[in-house]
Design a protein around this ligand. Structure first.
Ligand SMILES: Nc1ncnc2c1ncn2[C@@H]1O[C@H](COP(=O)(O)OP(=O)(O)OP(=O)(O)O)[C@@H](O)[C@H]1O
Ligand SMILES: [Mg+2]
Length: 401
């Protein structure tokens, strides 16, 4: 028999309830958290058969959140938990169509009976589909280039910020430049823990805890920073990164990875996990040559179809035109971000993401355009089937000379 996925959202008893429910053979607890936002994202990810939500949240926001869960997950059964035994909760349950109310503390027998009853009703419903995942609002985006200084960190940070604001979903920017990452610094956030701490705790890692390893920007964006001390980098293995990215993709709708410019084992999981790989280039020949090498690498890894080209710092190009690059690559440039040295320097010095300083300028609009393409499945151009051989810089005499 397929197990029913269950999400528990309870600010006091989530871990204890999780342990108790895991004893039930028909139940698979896919998340147990005290944070309604995390619970919501896990529910979006797993479309669980059962959501257990404690309405006694401080500040009286519980009823409104319970209604949000009921409306957002019509195919999940909602069970309200309360410590107060109040008639108000029963009334709320009737109003929003919750399947049951459980007053805490509850003994195992009553808890198990209630859950089994709800799951029995649920299994009769046509929409019941254990383990089904809805991936429409989940994406991992890796920002990549083997050339240093082209704007990977700037793009990863600002893109994550805009996507988070645009979608009002949970977004995280991950600094995978393990030796010299400066993403948190660019965002102007202070951080106590880094990816190194996550690796240290990898065996006890829990998706409910992962937020506590991230710094938070005032926009709500979470940032998982690189180790402060590059000495530790040697201990971080590809498998660690794979596990971390997999966990992140369950509790965040959007994971944006700032990849390093060096080729290292830990880069591969970041490329594999990505739905879209943004290759950043600037409009000079060295960068464009490098862009071709990146595309070639992705082709060899059978990931060519995920590649999207982003031109950064566009302005004076010494004659290199976007159209020439497109013709040469046989694929479209997805976004052209203009150069603005003054705002960029101010942004870095003030520890503010570029977007927050240049929202109403061309740069701001281009970040929004890129974010929209990523969020909207149809946003990107198809990679042309007839793309020229990536390594053949055939008719580029004019470009190269
Ligand atoms: N569109 C832009 N206009 C002007 N300056 C920019 C622009 N984008 C990035 N910069 C600046 O260029 C510099 C390099 O950017 P960034 O650190 O994002 O590149 P990177 O590819 O991550 O570099 P590294 O390979 O060292 O990690 C930074 O000082 C940044 O502020
Ligand atoms: Mg960088």
């Amino acid at each position: 028999m397929d197990k029913a996925n269950v999400v528990i959202i309870d600010h006091i008893q989530a871990p204890a309830l999780k342990i108790r429910l895991e004893n039930l053979p028909e139940v698979n607890v896919v998340g147990a958290t005290g944070d309604p936002d995390i619970g919501f994202t896990i529910a979006e990810r797993f479309k669980p058969e059962l959501i257990m939500f404690n309405v006694d949240l401080p500040g009286d926001i519980g009823p409104a959140l319970a209604e949000r869960f009921a409306l957002s997950f019509p195919t999940s059964s909602l069970v309200l938990l309360t410590n107060s035994d109040s008639k108000k909760v029963l009334h709320l349950a009737l109003q929003i169509g919750a399947k049951d109310v459980i007053t805490l503390p509850v003994d195992d027998q009553r808890l198990n009976r209630a859950i089994q009853r709800v799951l029995r009703q649920n299994s009769k419903r046509a929409s019941f589909s254990a383990g089904k995942r809805d991936n429409s609002q989940f994406k991992t985006i890796t920002v990549f280039s083997t050339k240093g200084g082209v704007g990977k960190t700037t793009i990863a940070l600002n893109l994550a910020l805009v996507i988070g604001q645009m979608t009002e979903k949970r977004a995280v920017a991950v600094d995978l430049d393990l030796c010299s990452g400066n993403l948190a610094l660019m965002a102007g956030v202070s951080w106590k823990r880094s990816i190194k701490d996550l690796v240290d705790d990898i065996d006890s890692l829990d998706k409910e805890l992962i937020d506590s390893y991230c710094a938070q920007h005032s926009s709500g964006l979470k940032i998982l920073s690189a180790p402060v001390n590059p000495d530790f980098v040697g201990f971080i293995q590809a498998q660690h990164i794979e596990n971390i990215l997999s966990l992140l993709s369950e509790v965040f709708n959007y994971v944006v990875i700032d990849a390093p410019s060096y080729i290292h084992d830990t880069l591969i999981p970041a490329l594999e996990a990505a739905d879209d790989i943004l290759i950043v280039t600037t409009l000079d020949l060295a960068s464009v040559q490098n862009l071709k090498q990146c595309l070639d690498l992705l082709q060899r890894l059978s990931m060519g179809s995920k590649a999207r080209v982003v031109v950064n710092r566009a302005g004076y190009s010494g004659g290199l035109k976007i159209k020439d690059i497109e013709n040469e690559l046989g694929m479209s440039v997805e976004c052209v971000i203009p150069c603005n040295d003054k705002v960029s320097i101010d942004a870095v010095n003030m520890g503010k993401p570029l977007y927050s300083m240049a929202k109403h300028s061309q740069i701001g609009r281009r970040f929004e355009e890129l974010a929209r393409k990523i969020v909207d499945e149809e946003g990107f151009h198809e990679v042309q089937a007839t793309a020229p051989q990536i390594l053949g810089w055939q008719h580029t005499g004019e470009l190269l000379k």
